[in-house]
Design a protein around this ligand. Structure first.
Ligand code: KG4
Ligand code: ZN
Length: 347
């Protein structure tokens, strides 16, 4: 049994968590997430402010995670820290802290890819959210469709060619005058929207598409965002129309996500689908996935919002997997703004 501390500072959440266990038998001892609300004022994350905020909160956040777990620093066996992808200045804060901790306690350090963390989030709550499965990772910066044969064996089927799903939500929220980050406000607004007033084309969904077509699993949301922009500009009364526009946008985006996920699950004969990343908080999306997949005998797993958005428990969970595989990071571990998820097998 291993006790692992996870640290996550890739964007605008300072988070620490302690997990205990081995293999897929892992229990979460604590999870602390401190969200930096300051960025709301700017309508987006300001990197330097994010780094400075991580610096002031990292020590108390880790202390609190240990206290909630009823543990001291000496009780830890491993430290796992996100080192990519993300804001480099923000990543370096968590990494420097993690390195100092590992060095001073003489315990191993493991570097974790943030998106592999999102892949493990559902497994923290659902025993059956383990491979093999189809995975849809949808966050503010990424949109990835993967076939997961085993932990650490990922076949990348599709990614976005332009905006990420969360980014599309945030941009549309801005167009509609909603706060940042706007995904959940768009979802709220869409609930009261009329689905028939604005029907936007489903991006990259052709009826006779074939698996060998380049866009069979790919995503693109910038055209949809432009269509929303044009609709907002043409509207005589945005206040009156905004719920209907939000509804039209969300319906189009969700249809695309569901369609591509169904294609992947069917092509690989998977009976489980795991959704992760901040956009997985969207209840309308989860309901649409279930409505479409469950009749086909496919179970859909989504993490609760606390684990779907950025958090250190998922980093500790992915870190434990990497640790058990014998992976160790040296103290010169570097931060990278972008990198492919580890363990990719040829498509
Ligand atoms: O995974 P995450 O916390 O951070 C990144 O790694 O990017 O994802 C944040 C994204 C934001 O774009 C946010 O608007 C979106 O998740 N999001 C949502 C919802 N809740 C959060 N998008 C749609 N519907 C929601 N309910
Ligand atoms: Zn994330």
């Amino acid at each position: 049994m291993t006790r692992i501390l996870g640290i996550e500072t890739s964007c605008d959440e300072t988070s620490a968590a302690v997990l205990e266990g081995s293999g897929d038998d892992v229990s979460q001892k604590s999870l602390v997430i401190l969200s930096q609300d300051v960025h709301r004022v700017f309508g987006g994350v300001v990197p330097e402010i994010a780094s400075r905020a991580h610096l002031t909160s990292i020590v108390p956040v880790v202390d609190r995670a240990l206290a909630e777990a009823g543990l001291a620093l000496d009780d830890l066996d491993v430290v796992a820290v996100t080192n990519t992808p993300g804001l480099v200045g923000a990543l370096l804060v968590g990494m420097s802290y993690g390195k100092a901790l590992a060095f001073s306690r003489d315990i191993p350090l493991v570097g974790v890819h943030h998106m592999e963390g999102h892949l493990f989030a559902a497994a923290l709550e659902h025993r059956d959210a383990v491979p093999p499965f189809t995975a849809l990772l949808i966050s503010g910066g990424h949109t990835l469709l993967l076939d997961v044969e085993a932990w650490g064996k990922y076949r990348l089927l599709g990614a976005t060619r332009d905006d990420a799903a969360g980014e599309a939500f945030d941009k549309v929220a801005k167009l509609l005058g909603l706060p940042y980050p706007g995904g959940r406000y768009v979802e709220q607004l869409a609930r009261d929207g009329n689905p028939d007033r604005f029907r936007f084309a489903r991006p990259m969904v052709r009826r006779n598409a074939q698996p060998r077509d380049e866009d069979f699993y790919a995503f693109s949301f910038s055209g949809l965002k432009t269509a929303v922009l044009n609709t907002v500009r043409a509207s005589e009364n945005v206040e009156r129309d905004k719920a209907d526009i939000a509804r039209g946008f969300q319906d189009s985006l969700i249809d695309t996500l569901v369609e591509k996920t169904v294609r992947a699950a069917n092509a690989f004969g998977r009976d489980r689908v795991v959704v992760g990343g901040g956009v997985a908080c969207n209840r309308t999306l989860a309901a649409a996935m279930r409505a479409r997949l469950e009749p086909e005998g496919i179970t859909v797993f989504t993490p609760t919002p606390r684990l779907a958005t950025d958090n250190a428990a998922m980093i500790a969970r992915a870190g434990l997997f990497r640790f058990e595989r014998g992976e160790r990071a040296e103290l010169d571990l570097n931060a990278y703004a972008s990198s492919t998820i580890p363990g990719l097998v040829a498509a």
